[in-house]
Design a protein around this ligand. Structure first.
Ligand code: NCD
Ligand code: ZN
Length: 346
């Protein structure tokens, strides 16, 4: 008997669409299966004002294939110079859905991020007041802290103090990669949620480093030990309202990944829903996939789930995904999980 499951059309609560030729090439990959996506603002230069977010949204809409059921939800990049009134106006005008906090230097294109968290406190107060959520890249940048410990240390040093100082602020701890993150989110009450990526449910740090270095598995936050991957799987497949899908699909042209100083980012937009069906089936939790991918995210953001649906069907033969997406900015390698996947999305 053919096995299939139909869920509300999923949303992606953390996505990099880039700009220019890369945007043109990869936007259709997300528009195919997802209804909405929170669009990361880490362009060069970053999207810091409401006007820039509105202009970027236009460029994205122009890159979405005609007739696609996809809506970009825009964000502004928080800097120490951000004007709270500009954010509030952009929020009131329906231009932005969230604001993104990058600790300066934490990841790709984050040089304009925040160094002194006290400087952004008035902006965070304003966001709490108007109900504008904060998406957080949760890693410290202190060179003395080991890269595998940066998320756990960020929770203690930065995130918990911010949340205690501004208790009304709704915070999304993005792409959590540790059991510490899972535990912190579980203890954090209704104003705290977390996104989990597809690739962090599949790889641990051995996949990156054993048997030769695998640049296409390198992302930030970097994948951790197996015990952390297990904790993420358990959280994602639990159906709990605090955990939802944010793919962090982050394309870089192959030449920039396969380099002596390779860029961080896994590109999963193309096959995420098939991979998630595999993961949730493996954990006996296919009935929780809809909560993770289609229900918990909109509920956290105070939005309705999508009316449209997506069907995942288990095939007899492995699904053949494209190895690479050809773009005007060069080929982009699609994340390969290292095992056959039988679930097709339509
Ligand atoms: C992202 C990118 O390439 O923009 N890279 C990544 O490894 N996830 C930035 C980010 O989300 O940290
Ligand atoms: Zn990201």
């Amino acid at each position: 008997m053919t096995q299939s499951i139909t869920i509300r059309r999923p949303d992606d609560w953390h996505l990099h669409l880039r700009d220019g030729a890369m945007l043109q090439g990869i936007a259709p990959e997300s528009a195919r299966h997802f209804g909405r996506a929170i669009i990361m603002p880490n362009l060069v230069p970053p999207v810091v004002t409401g006007a820039q977010a509105a202009a970027y949204r236009e460029r994205i809409m122009a890159a979405i294939p005609a007739g696609a059921d996809f809506k970009p939800l825009m964000t502004c990049y928080l800097t120490e110079d951000t004007d709270a009134n500009d954010l509030a106006q952009a929020h009131a005008d329906g231009i932005i859905t969230a604001v993104k906090l990058y600790p300066a230097g934490a990841t790709t294109n984050s040089a304009s991020g925040v160094t002194d968290f006290d400087k952004v406190r008035p902006v965070l107060e304003k966001m709490a007041e108007i109900g504008l959520p904060l998406c957080v890249h949760g890693e410290v940048t202190d060179p003395a802290i080991d890269i595998f410990d940066r998320e756990a240390v960020f929770i203690d040093r930065v995130l918990d103090p911010i949340r205690k100082a501004t208790p009304g602020l709704r915070v999304i701890m993005e792409h959590i990669t540790t059991k510490n993150g899972v535990d912190y989110v579980r203890s954090g009450g209704d104003n705290l949620g977390a996104t989990i990526t597809t690739h962090h449910l599949i790889i641990n740090r051995n996949h990156i480093l054993v048997g030769g270095i695998k640049p296409h598995y390198y992302c930030l936050p970097v994948a951790k030990r197996e015990e952390h991957r297990i904790a993420l799987r358990e959280a994602a497949t639990s159906g709990e309202a605090s955990f939802f899908l944010g793919t962090d699909s982050a394309p870089h042209a192959d030449a920039a990944k396969e380099s002596a100083c390779g860029c961080a980012g896994c590109f999963t937009a193309t096959n995420t829903m098939s991979l998630l069906a595999h993961v949730f089936e493996e954990d006996g939790a296919l009935d929780k996939l809809e909560a993770f991918a289609s229900l918990n995210g909109p509920a956290f953001y105070g939005l309705k789930p999508n009316d449209a649906t997506l069907t995942l069907t288990k095939q007899d033969a492995p699904v053949e995904f494209a190895d690479k997406i050809v773009t005007g900015a060069g080929p982009v390698t699609v994340f390969q999980p290292g095992f056959p996947v039988f679930w097709a999305a339509s």
